[in-house]
Write a protein that binds this ligand. Structure first.
Ligand code: G1P
Length: 297
């Protein structure tokens, strides 16, 4: 029977503390990366991979995220009256009309595992993806129809095994990420390899590899039951990584490496560089950047 992945959970309840004061009144997910909010890039990444329903796990004060994906009749009316057809089209078609966007509240910041659990009822009995909205995954091949996340969804479809996307990182940074143990098996981009263990933010000396979980997951529904039994882990939070580590012993879980450029847009540097990287992909903007940096007269 073909496996279909229809739903994706995007946790957006974070406070954006690393980006304060910019995120005092604006959700960090709505800060723009070049031409659109970070969250819009991530939602499109999911839709491009065949996702039909986006579930936002949100909190009070972040209603602007839902509004961004909803109709704004007054704005549309004014743009129409002024004949601003191009921008009107963009405003009206943020996501295709057949895509369902729903949301649920996380009323306490108890961790990523807890955020996913808040979406349990909306996920129902289906497999689901999780995409972290701080992270922008920019594939090297801009024109490719099949980007890293789509490829990972296909790896799930063909194997039925949960997949988590990883990237090679500087070994001195392992303490900031979930790290996979592949029993010393060599990992190559776009290869799906069984994970032996998963460690959330290990010390440098305990890290089994330099392959970091970057924030894209395709998971079997069974992980939700595991999550209900998962107690607080590192930082006193319910960690998705801990539940996934348990999942490995029950039914296995694979790592899926990408060679895409990955940006942590929740930090000042990551945000700035992501904007530059996106700008460099536009011919006209690239000229401006190169000129500003002194590479062009
Ligand atoms: C979360 C995950 C971690 C992953 C990281 C990627 O951590 O728990 O495994 O490596 O996202 O950004 P957080 O950054 O929310 O502390």
């Amino acid at each position: 029977m073909p496996r279909r992945l229809r739903k994706a959970v995007i946790p957006v309840a974070g406070l954006g503390t690393r980006m304060l004061p910019a995120t005092k009144a604006i959700p960090k997910e709505l800060l723009p990366i070049y031409d659109k909010p970070i969250i819009e890039h991530v939602v499109h990444e999911a839709i491009d991979a065949g996702i039909e329903e986006i579930i936002l796990v949100t909190r009070s004060g972040k209603e602007a995220i839902e509004n961004h994906f909803d109709a704004n009749y007054e704005l549309e009316h004014r743009l129409e009256k002024k004949g601003k057809k191009i921008i009107l089209k963009k405003v009206k078609n943020i996501i295709p009309p057949e895509i369902i966007l729903s949301s649920v509240r996380q009323n306490d910041a108890l961790g990523l595992g807890h955020a996913v659990l808040c979406a349990k009822r909306l996920i129902g009995d289906e497999p689901f993806a999780v995409l972290l909205p701080d992270v922008l995954v920019l594939d090297k091949d801009v024109e490719a129809s099949d980007k890293s996340f789509s490829k990972m969804v296909k790896a799930w479809e063909s194997s039925g095994l949960g997949q988590i996307m990883v990237e090679q990182i500087d070994p001195t940074l392992v303490e900031n990420y979930g790290i996979v143990d592949l029993s010393n098996k060599a990992s190559k981009p776009f290869e799906s390899i069984p994970i032996k263990n998963l460690l959330e933010k290990p010390n440098k000396q305990d890290a089994p590899s330099d392959l970091a979980v970057l924030g894209r997951y395709v998971l079997p529904n069974s992980v939700l039951d595991i999550l209900t039994k998962t107690g607080p882990g590192i930082g006193g939070e319910i960690q998705l990584t801990d539940a996934l580590d348990t999942l490995i012993s029950f039914e296995g879980l694979n790592s899926f490496e990408t060679n895409a450029e990955v940006f942590d847009c929740g930090s000042q540097q990551g945000f700035l560089i992501a904007n530059l990287a996106m700008g460099m992909r536009d011919k006209n903007t690239r000229q401006h950047i190169m000129k500003f940096l002194g590479f062009l007269e």
